[in-house]
Design a protein around this ligand. Structure first.
Ligand code: UDP
Length: 327
């Protein structure tokens, strides 16, 4: 397939580009480099600087590329994704995530490109009242980030229905870890996620970390999340793209592990290597107590299964951060 990866210089986008190339696909990356880095883009991918909220950028790139060969699939990773930031800056989130997608879909339609793979999130479920989330469950986001993604999911469904396009929407749970080559991973700037923060604290790059609340209704009072290795997640995108391209069908799939871990369990796992200096703080705005994926549908539809465990995820992030900080 010839695949256009929008946001292909970011953490998950760049990993997906690696997996696409490993699986023999041709890749074109578009990224505005606002958070992504050019050096994260695989050498075999073609790179364009462009912003999805600027229609003329996309049109210009699609014109050049589609003259040579049509894109079979567009993958869209160019979104803002930090829950507390979305609570602070909701308008930025609506602009970038919702308006950005509207423009992308409109340009795809102009160029008659029929398949989109879209990054959505577990945050669309909000505060689930079930132990494990299934795709058919009620969606009721409790923060602007989740809300923008739900609006996007619905936009994709309506647009695909109208213009005879197909989609694969993935709802990500908590993604962590680095590529097996340790060439790419989550950059050290603006870290907000629990795994890299815990690892950095263990490595002495932070003096201390805070656990956001230990008064939730969970086994140790800290929030439960479902962690998935970025390379397992990226590989699912290759399979999802192939599936909709070949079968002309739509997919909506959770990408998680079926297992949940508390914040204190993450710290304990990291402490198998180094001590972590932490304190218990207040709850963070927008955090649900527990969110765990059922990945049954992804396994059935794509024949996919996460290969890496929580220990692998922690080890991978640790190795990557040690490498980054040696530089
Ligand atoms: N968390 C924490 N301390 C931190 C960062 C995160 O206690 O410094 C908690 C956060 O409150 C949530 C869990 O770790 O309960 C996962 O948060 P993260 O930001 O990694 O991902 P999210 O689930 O918000 O997408």
């Amino acid at each position: 397939m010839k695949v256009c990866v929008v946001g292909g210089a970011g953490y998950i986008g760049s990993e997906t580009v690696y997996e696409l190339i490993r699986n023999g696909h041709e890749v074109v990356v578009i990224d505005n480099l606002s958070t992504g880095k050019k050096e994260m883009v695989h050498k075999s991918a073609k790179f364009y600087l462009g912003d999805i909220t600027k229609e003329e950028d996309l049109k210009h790139i699609f014109e050049q590329e589609c003259m040579i060969k049509h894109f079979d699939v567009v993958m869209h990773f160019a979104a803002k994704l930090i829950v507390p930031e979305s609570v602070e800056k909701p308008l930025e989130y609506y602009h970038n995530n919702v308006e950005g997608l509207r423009i992308l879909l409109s340009v795809m339609n102009d160029f008659n490109i029929k398949n989109i793979v879209f990054s959505s999130t577990a945050a669309v479920y909000g505060e689930p009242n079930k132990d494990i989330c299934e795709e058919s469950d009620l969606t009721k986001p409790i923060n602007p980030y989740g809300e923008t993604k739900l609006v996007c999911e619905n936009m994709i469904k309506w647009v695909c229905q109208r213009y005879d396009m197909h989609y694969c929407i993935f709802r990500y749970f908590n993604v962590a870890g680095a590529d097996e080559t340790l060439e790419i991973g989550l950059d050290k700037s603006n870290l907000t996620h629990i795994v890299p923060i815990t690892v950095e604290t263990a490595l002495g790059l932070r003096e201390k970390m805070t656990v956001f609340g230990n008064d939730y209704n969970t086994k140790d009072g800290t929030c439960i999340r479902d962690y998935i290795h970025v390379q397992d997640l990226a590989y699912a995108h290759v399979l999802g793209a192939q599936y909709i391209f070949e079968n002309e069908e739509n997919l909506l799939l959770n990408l998680g592990s079926n297992n949940g871990y508390t914040v204190l369990e993450i710290i304990k796992e990291v402490e198998k290597y180094y001590k972590v200096n932490y304190e218990i703080g207040k709850r963070r705005a927008g955090d649900p107590a527990k969110i765990v994926a059922s990945n049954k549908k992804a396994c059935e539809k794509l024949g996919w299964k996460p290969k890496r465990t929580l220990s692998d995820i922690i080890k991978s992030d640790l190795d990557y951060r040690m490498k980054l900080n040696k530089k």
